[in-house]
Design a protein around this ligand. Structure first.
Ligand SMILES: Nc1nc2c(ncn2[C@@H]2O[C@H](COP(=O)(O)OP(=O)(O)OP(=O)(O)OP(=O)(O)OC[C@H]3O[C@@H](n4cnc5c(=O)[nH]c(N)nc54)[C@H](O)[C@@H]3O)[C@@H](O)[C@H]2O)c(=O)[nH]1
Length: 145
């Protein structure tokens, strides 16, 4: 069976007025392994549902409470990729920061974070499937404006 993880693609708007140019995405850099960048996410614990995992991992890894985020209806993405020869499924939802100045508090699992415009987010998130996901999210958000 595939390893399962869940997380949130988190964005903030620097201006209150809708403008795709003002959107920034949150990526975290692991403090282990190849120091790769991803949105907050992690493994599903026994008895947890996927969305609970996504919020728990976001709280643990970025210090953000569910009450500080708005879950965006209508977006859910599954990525499938192999990790050390085993299949892994990662489910992402989309969430907006209610206050774009809320502090990010990292755990020991991560050594840095960045708020990035789409183009830079795609450079940091080096995987093609994550890059495609970020572009899809951006299109989704622009289409709602
Ligand atoms: N010391 C040490 N410890 C580790 C290591 N590894 C884990 N730990 C421990 O595990 C705990 C984390 O537990 P959780 O937070 O619950 O889980 P996740 O958040 O799921 O964390 P992971 O890092 O396991 O999972 P991924 O991010 O999925 O990375 C796995 C590989 O997949 C590739 N990859 C990543 N993203 C994408 C993508 O979007 N697309 C594609 N195509 N590929 C992608 C990339 O090549 C990467 O190398 C930590 O506390 C550590 O103790 C390690 O190497 N050394």
């Amino acid at each position: 069976m595939a390893v399962r993880a869940c997380g949130l693609i988190i964005y903030r708007r620097l201006q209150p007025a809708p403008s795709s140019n003002s959107i920034e995405y949150l990526l975290l850099q692991t403090s282990y392994g190849t120091h790769h960048w991803t949105p907050p996410k992690g493994h599903v614990d026994p008895g947890e549902d996927d969305l609970q995992t996504a919020f728990r991992e976001t709280q643990e890894e970025a210090g953000l409470q569910a009450s500080q985020l708005t879950l965006i209806e209508g977006y859910r993405k599954e990525l499938h990729y192999p990790v050390r020869g085993k299949p892994k499924t990662v489910v992402y939802w989309l969430a907006e920061m209610k206050d774009c100045n809320t502090e990010i508090k990292l755990s020991e699992e991560h050594q840095a974070f960045q708020w990035l415009k789409l183009e830079d987010a795609c450079k940091f998130a080096e995987y093609e499937d994550m890059q495609a996901t970020l572009k899809e999210v951006h299109q989704f958000l622009c289409s709602r404006e």
